[in-house]
Design a binder for this molecule. Sequence first.
Ligand code: GDP
Length: 362
Amino acid sequence: MKVALIGVGQAGGKVTERLTRFDAEMGFGAVQGALAVNSAEPDLQSLEYVDTQLIGADRVNGHGVGGDNELGTEIMQADIQQVMNALDGRVTSEAEGIFVVAGLGGGTGSGGAPVVVHHLQQIYDIPVYALGVLPGRNEGALYQANAGRSLKTIVREADATLLVDNDAWHEQGESVEGAFETINERIAKRVGLLFASGEAVEGVGESVVDSSEVINTLRAGGIAALGYATEVASEDSAENVNTAMSVSRQALLTGTSLPDATTADSALLVVAGEPDRIPRKGVERARRWLEDETGSMQVRGGDFPLESDRLGALVLLGGAERSDRIQEFMERAREAKKAQEREAEKTDPAEQFADDQLEDLF
Ligand code: GDP
């Protein structure tokens, strides 16, 4: 699937850069153009592989918006024409979709990404998707509240929103910075493989997955999730029937970008590996298992021929918003928002003196 990428904010820029680099290093050629947009100049300066566009210089002078996502929205609205101009030519006539990438919990990406999606929808006929990073459970209340509002808006604007929970794709005990590195690398690899599946032309057989299957799976709209797992495989496909089953199970049950998301409107199972190692019977069995597990009648499947001694499963879910994880997150975001409002009331001078938690001296 040929795509154009726009990263908004710090996380958006870093993830976009990683994805672009992975695609170039693998020689896939799925990423046709990439742009990073930010109100913080230093964040843009650290990027090497993507073009950049500074916004809001007249308001924040290259210093970013802190965690103020309303300011992020305003700045993006004011400078949207500049962003659309910078993108011109990067959305090639071959592009089949545009992905707007952002951390939903911060300021520039959280507030700006929904605005970018909205304007792209007015201009381009191809689908406009979001790739959003959700704050992990231990990130602060401001991140949770910001992400809640951003998610609500971006889901409304985008054709589908692929979510990666920051708690999902890293090891326990890593530092936050270390974890970001790991998470970004995994996003790049997994989402990069999703883009590249459908681009494979060598050894084309009927079972090779096509870009349109990715697009059709995302047509369910709402929230999408991506799962991934691999295992060493035998050279003889007949011996890999159980392996195909077990990588597919792991991809959905433990390897997903949105933990516990298993109910979906649609799904796509891409089995990656050397064509000789891919067991037809195993793939078909795994596809049927996925139908049962997701409760979806629309489970597509296909191969992605790739040189490797491993067999990999990539599971894309469309319409996964009924998952417990999303309900739990939205609850957390609502709580954080209420707490913020209570804090704001307290700083109102009149309210401050009405605070009955502080007792009068006499
Ligand atoms: P912005 O620059 O104002 O858009 O803010 P950020 O992009 O820093 O957004 C903050 C949110 O993104 C928080 O939930 C962070 O945990 C998360 N975040 C920041 N940097 C990264 C990163 O490199 N990778 C990942 N996965 N998340 C990040």
